[in-house]
Design a binder for this molecule. Structure first.
Ligand code: NDP
Ligand code: 8X3
Length: 251
């Protein structure tokens, strides 16, 4: 069994890759930070003894996605699980005030990157009449929140793409689902606030946020369902989060 995980250098992708390896999958791990990919490769090989391929590239580039995929042997291309996880929020400003480059980064990564990778993997899954695709959406793909504008739009697109994939790939026995987490502490907020760790920490003040292991638990649940079950979506939040903007924080 082979799983391809995008954005495996941090957060959900890293935890998901480790969990899938623990379940016995050989894993293809991707991201832009090669040192981290190599570290993770070593960790997985040592602890779980499964095979690992690293692909270091920028998912926003269609050419880089194609080249990375084409660098794999035919054996490695027989992907059973595609975990479309790479993504980011690049800002948190009211619409009209944010930097358009940040909007581009989110749309290019969260939407176009996901499509570029899927486009490579789907033909192989179709040929084999099997496979599972898990798209990392968000609670922001279900409802919006102030200053979430384009990030929410990009995740609404992921939700729509997931539903569309599920229909289009149904004849081929390919199961498609999504995971829609609320607030989870990874590098997500540090990236969103451009390295401002204090601002990032404040996002989780007064609550116990989700963590990467919580999402790996969901990945494990999805891939271990029997063949007749397709998990459409799992929306999970910290216990103190009711929706995208209602929190019950301790003071
Ligand atoms: P992290 O910042 O910890 O991880 C993001 C991963 O995406 C990294 O491995 C990063 O790798 C990769 N990535 C980002 N941009 C690119 C790019 N251009 N090319 C290739 N890889 C890229 O965040 P999370 O683990 O929290 O986020 C994972 C997913 O979960 C994202 O889609 C995010 O939107 C979503 N999400 C996060 C939530 C949260 O609260 N944390 C909640 C709901 C959804 P590298 O930098 O090495 O390229
Ligand atoms: C990340 C969760 O609510 O901060 O997708 O946008 S949220």
């Amino acid at each position: 069994m082979i799983a391809l995980i995008t954005g495996a250098t941090s957060g959900f992708g890293r935890a998901g890759a480790i969990r899938l390896a623990k379940l016995g999958y050989d894993v293809i791990i991707t991201g832009r930070r090669n040192e981290r990919l190599l570290q993770l490769e070593e960790e997985i090989k040592t602890n779980y003894h499964t095979q690992v391929r690293t692909l270091c590239f920028d998912i926003r580039s269609r050419k880089e996605c194609e080249n990375a995929w084409n660098s794999l042997s035919n054996e490695w291309k027989q992907v059973d699980v595609l975990f479309n996880n790479a993504g980011l929020a690049a800002c948190s400003e009211p619409i009209g005030e944010a930097d358009l480059d940040d909007f581009d980064r989110m749309i290019d990564t969260n939407v176009k990157g996901l499509l570029y990778m899927s486009q490579q993997v789907i033909p192989v899954m179709k040929k084999r009449n099997t496979g599972m695709i898990i798209n990392l959406s968000s609670i922001a793909g279900v409802e919006v929140y102030p200053n979430g504008n384009v990030y929410c739009a990009s995740k609404h697109a992921v939700t729509a793409i997931t539903k569309a994939m599920r229909m289009d790939l149904l004849p081929y026995g390919i199961r498609v689902g999504s995971i829609s987490p609320g607030a989870a502490e990874t590098e997500f907020s540090i990236v969103r606030f451009k390295g401002d760790e204090e601002k990032a920490k404040a996002v989780y003040k007064g609550l116990t946020p989700l963590n990467a292991e919580d999402i790996a638990d969901v990945v494990e649940f999805m891939v271990t369902r029997p063949a007749h079950v397709m998990i459409n979506d799992v929306l999970l939040t910290p216990a103190r989060q009711a929706n995208t903007y209602v929190y019950n924080r301790t003071v």
